[in-house]
Write a protein that binds this ligand. Structure first.
Ligand code: PMT
Length: 495
């Protein structure tokens, strides 16, 4: 193989570094050896099929040391370019297929939407087409659609058929081989794997007819995702809720990803803290903060999706843990500290939790009575600093990343925290509290988006505002790059 030619075709050495998440010396090694390692070959093959787009990866500012706004590293997911035929059934949960489309696209999937007639009662083909950037198919007997992309091609030229929401009706038709519209015809004609995420009224779900259909579909290899339990749209409580888009994405990725041992973080252990800690004052009161765990959980999910074994230590949160991580749930800072130390050794540790710096010196195990006096004093003592403890631990993780939630002087405070806690990176975020009349742009706690500054040794990069899931993906891309540089720098140049 002409390694240099491939590098040129992919936009040069910088572009290939970004693509593979490796440092300059790794590229030199590939040129010297005249071949690429097996673990990166599939990424290169995919990128070669997509070269015009791929050339945009080249970012000459990648090593800038100023705190200007930079385009964060882009990651090419192992599933990049895979095609999904997304069949949307007619249920109230159909609107969640729009969010799902976005999340799947975040991971490089191409989505072709197919909507049943009833689905169009809930969302329009136009909204799905605007999101997916592709034509949406609705009609089995459309002359133009059949000429462009017939139903057999739709069914065959895909890596996966995903049905969301899978209604009782759609499941029944698929189970019985009925092909009376475009969606059911595709389900009958496809040779690709099929996944269904059911959503319906709990009584319909538990009905023997639906359960029989479910068993039939499963016996034919259809992968069923959920449904979850809880309040359903019809007001009844029970099994029948659509699984969250995040979990559906995790199932899809697990199915379509190549061999996990070839993933960039395979064999690495990552420790992530997330959410708040709560510190009891008495049997009913506690000190807490507004952290939701969204940022930390997104990082844990991104690390896991790149093959890392992830231990997620979270304080009390209401969001679900990402699929495939080892979850350790704690309440107090001391418990979080102990769980983190017990999880070592780790190659990567990311402390995204908002840990209470203080706890009540003597929490009462009964409810403290209201006193006659107008004030009361609560004695606080310092909690252990988990990040700092990891920074000085004899099993210090190779890459130690902390966060800094600041209300002012973000860069200076973040740099100072990085040094004080002996960590490699600090992710600074300017935060404001989302309460009262606050109209600040910096609503971070509990929100889906964040604006961060990545502070490393002597450098800082302000990233544009983006979704916490996107930040997580890009941070993990940068982590892979850094870890590979460390490894490549240790490799002899001519092997
Ligand atoms: O959970 P979300 O709603 O998605 O919000 C995300 C977030 C705002 C909570 C997150 O992005 C964030 O900024 N987390 C760190 C919040 C924080 O406690 O910052 P800090 O500046 O007080 O702490 C600095 C670092 O030390 C953090 O990595 C923190 O996890 C760590 N720390 C702090 C105190 C302590 N006792 N132990 C620690 O490990």
């Amino acid at each position: 193989m002409d390694v240099q030619k491939v590098i040129d075709q992919l936009g040069g050495r910088h572009a290939l570094q970004s693509l593979l998440g490796v440092g300059p010396s790794a590229i030199s090694n590939y040129i010297t050896r005249g071949c690429f390692p097996r673990r990166v070959q599939s990424i290169i093959d995919t990128a070669l099929q997509d070269t015009p787009h791929h050339n945009q990866l080249h970012n000459p500012n990648a090593n800038s040391t100023s705190s200007t706004t930079l385009t964060p590293p882009r990651i090419i997911h192992p599933t990049h370019g895979k095609r999904i035929a997304l069949i949307i059934g007619g249920g109230i949960a159909a609107y969640k297929a729009l969010e799902l489309t976005r999340r799947l696209q975040d991971h490089g999937f191409h989505i072709t939407g197919i909507m049943t007639k009833s689905a169009q009662q809930f969302i329009t083909p136009l909204s799905l087409s605007a999101l997916s950037g592709e034509k949406v198919y609705t009609d089995l007997f459309s002359l133009t659609d059949e000429a462009e992309m017939g139903h057999i091609r739709l069914a065959r030229e895909t890596d996966l058929v995903l049905v969301v929401p899978a209604t009782a009706n759609l499941m029944a038709r698929a189970a019985n081989g009925i092909a009376d519209d475009l969606a059911s015809t595709i389900l009958l004609a496809t040779t690709a794997p099929v996944m269904m995420a059911p959503a319906m009224n709990p009584a319909m779900w538990s009905h023997p007819a639906t359960q029989d259909n479910l068993a039939r579909l499963q016996s034919r290899g259809v992968h069923i995702i959920g449904p979850d339990s809880g309040d359903t749209a019809c007001g009844e409580d029970g099994e029948g809720r659509l699984t969250s888009p995040q979990d559906i994405v995790a199932h899809v990725r697990a199915r379509l990803e190549p061999d996990r041992s070839s993933l960039a973080l395979s064999g690495k252990h990552a420790l992530v803290t997330s959410g708040p800690t709560i510190e009891p004052i008495d049997s009913v009161r506690f000190i807490a903060n507004h952290s939701s765990g969204k940022q930390g959980h997104a990082i844990a999910a991104a690390l896991a999706s790149h093959g890392a074994t992830v231990t997620l230590v979270n304080g009390p949160v209401t969001i679900d843990p990402p699929t495939g991580v080892k979850l350790v749930s704690v309440e107090t800072a001391q418990e979080m500290h102990d769980a983190c130390m017990a999880a070592l050794p780790a190659d990567i540790a990311v402390c995204a939790a908002a840990v209470a710096d203080w706890r009540a010196q003597a929490p009462k195990n009964h409810k403290i009575k209201k006193q006659a006096a107008d004030s009361m004093t609560l004695n606080l003592v310092k909690n252990p600093d988990i990040l700092a403890a990891l920074g000085t631990h004899e099993q210090r993780p190779t890459l130690l990343v902390g966060f800094a939630a600041e209300t002012e002087n973000l860069e200076a405070n973040a740099q100072q925290k990085r040094i004080a806690k002996n960590c490699d990176w600090i992710i600074g975020n300017l935060v404001a509290v989302s309460s009262g009349t606050n109209t600040s742009d910096n609503l971070v706690f509990g929100h889906d988006k964040n604006t961060i500054m990545l502070v490393r040794d002597g450098t800082s990069e302000a990233w544009p505002k983006m979704r916490k899931t996107e930040i997580a993906d890009k941070l993990v891309a940068a982590m892979i790059m850094t870890l590979n540089e460390t490894v490549a720098d240790k490799e002899p140049a001519n092997v």
